[in-house]
Design a protein around this ligand. Structure first.
Ligand SMILES: Cc1cc2nc3c(=O)[nH]c(=O)nc-3n(C[C@H](O)[C@H](O)[C@H](O)COP(=O)(O)OP(=O)(O)OC[C@H]3O[C@@H](n4cnc5c(N)ncnc54)[C@H](O)[C@@H]3O)c2cc1C
Length: 487
């Protein structure tokens, strides 16, 4: 794995850590591609090398050496960032620090409902470890087989269960991190309460690798729900979907774990590109949708320590009321775990189907849930007026007011030409409306490279100034993930 080191830093690294796995630029473009290119293939950088440390002490030493040689570092986990946050620039002078070899589960404490893991553990690995202990780690993303806990915390990932359990931030009890100067911050406590001054843990969470390198985390676990059920529901419009959400919250309370929405165009895309397994969801949906032409499909997810019968009764009552009110046309309840998984696969297939379909101008916005219907209809009208024939793929976590609102050019126009000519205008239309409804331009994916300028233009000036002051104070040499999030 260690080809000819091509720079003094790499020689110093290998002489201090002969066992360090290092992939230098001289290993060739193909070898480095998975670490230099982002998931959506929008950004391709060139690194000096990719290093794969296996301990906090190694990371500390690498950071110190990088400081000596004035080399900047791009922390990387599973490289599933959707905003170009985890790949190097094109200077061939940055070190990618990939943490996927720091992937040990350190401790599970069932009585404290906590788990301590290294930052390079995949999310799925942590979910599985919790299940093996008879417990439950609720963070759930379609990228969970590849994304890491370090990346999840660095981006404050959201996903499908935020409604009930919160974001990655809410699930984190403590962290260990290496700072830009090479100090180790020991804040790996597994406490629910700790009022001892500034909240360093929460400063690092969501900092996208710009303030420190997360090396370990202590995470909150939950009792494993006895029952999980899902329902697919057809809905004529988003106003009805929001009414259904409010009703479901009042009836199911904390049993309501997820409330996803998918526009029919997003479903069509998933059907077009979906895997064999997900085709079963297609059949399910066709049955549900046969009576009406629904604009929207809702995926309602509920879990509970109650028996399956009790939960099912509550869901059925909720749906019946929604049907009586005309909010819902057809409904299908999952009757087995396979059906439950199949329903979720339909939703999870959409991002992959989009990737196959082509380049889109992507948005990960949130507005207050009550404002979602007005936002979406105004946005739809404004975009179609500006770009006749444009295709909108809209889906997301309606329970959190979070929509993935993605725009592709008209069929006859090549995707890259549409992006080149119109991306800025599409963004202006979408983000101006987001601002009018007091929303955010990034609900869960972060800022990275993709939204840095937008943030600089739109964020509150005082908040932006604090962010820059914090970055300057904690990383005066601008060595950690420079050019991302804030300048
Ligand atoms: C199919 C698909 C579905 C997705 N669904 C969701 C979703 O529902 N919700 C959601 O929130 N996101 C989603 N994402 C985005 C992505 O998976 C998350 O942002 C995830 O948290 C990134 O984890 P990662 O390990 O891949 O991090 P990377 O992509 O490697 O890095 C992301 C950022 O974190 C920094 N970073 C990584 N590791 C560390 C570390 N140890 N210390 C400090 N900084 C670090 C990087 O520098 C970068 O800025 C999805 C992505 C894909 C491809």
């Amino acid at each position: 794995m260690t080809a000819e080191p091509s720079a003094p830093l790499l020689q110093a690294l290998l002489s201090r850590h002969p066992e360090l796995h290092l992939l230098p630029a001289s290993a060739g473009h193909d070898a480095l591609l998975p670490y230099e290119q982002d998931w959506r293939k929008r950004y391709r950088g060139q690194a000096l090398a990719v290093a794969f440390p296996t301990s906090t002490a190694q990371i500390q030493s690498i950071v110190q050496l990088c400081a000596d040689f004035n080399v900047s570092i791009v922390p990387q986990g599973g490289n599933t960032s959707l905003v170009g946050g985890s790949v190097p620039d094109c200077s061939q002078s940055q070190l990618v620090l990939n943490l996927t070899r720091m992937n040990r589960i350190r401790q599970i404490d069932p009585a404290n409902l906590s788990i301590t893991v290294e930052a390079g553990c995949t999310l799925q690995q942590v979910q599985d470890a919790a299940l093996d202990a008879g417990l439950f780690f609720p963070l759930s993303l379609a990228s969970e087989g590849s994304c890491t806990i370090g990346g999840n915390l660095a981006t404050n990932a959201g996903g499908t269960q935020v409604l009930r359990y919160g974001t990655a931030r809410d699930l984190c009890l403590g962290v260990e991190a290496v700072t830009a100067s090479g100090q180790v911050i020991h804040a790996l406590k597994s406490l629910r309460k700790d009022n001892t001054g500034y909240d360093i843990k929460n400063l690092l969470i969501g900092s996208e690798g710009t303030l420190g390198i997360l090396t370990q985390a202590s995470l909150r676990l939950y009792p494993r729900p006895r029952t999980q059920q899902a329902a697919l529901l057809t809905c004529p419009d988003l106003a009805c979907a929001v009414k259904l959400l409010a009703h479901a919250q009042s009836q199911l309370d904390s049993a309501l774990t997820g409330f996803e929405v998918m526009h029919q165009d997003a479903i069509r895309l998933a059907q077009q590109h979906m895997s064999t397994q997900a085709r079963a969801a297609d059949a399910l949906m066709s049955t549900a949708a046969s009576a009406v032409q629904p604009e929207w499909l809702i995926l309602l997810d509920a879990s509970s320590p109650q028996s399956a019968e009790a939960l099912q009764q509550s869901i059925e009552n909720t749906i019946q009321h929604a049907m009586d009110q005309g909010w819902v046309g057809q409904a299908q309840l999952s009757m087995s775990h396979t059906q439950y998984r199949t329903m979720w696969q339909l939703r999870e297939t959409i991002p992959m189907a989009e990737k196959i379909e082509g380049l889109m101008v992507k948005h990960d916005i949130a507005v207050p849930t009550s404002a979602v219907p007005a936002f979406a209809s105004r946005c739809h009208a404004a975009l179609h007026q500006a770009f006749p024939g444009c295709r909108i793929v809209c889906f997301g976590h309606l329970g959190d007011g979070n929509l993935h609102y993605n725009v592709q050019g008209p069929r006859e126009m090549p995707d890259d030409a549409f992006l080149q000519s119109h991306e800025a205008e599409v963004n202006r239309i979408v983000y101006d409306l987001v601002e009018q409804y007091q929303g955010t331009i990034s609900a869960e994916h972060g800022i990275g490279q993709l939204k840095k300028l937008e943030l600089a233009e739109r964020a509150d000036p005082a908040r932006l100034q604090w962010m820059r002051l914090i970055k300057q104070a904690l990383d005066p040499g601008n060595r950690l993930n420079p050019g991302r999030l804030v300048d």
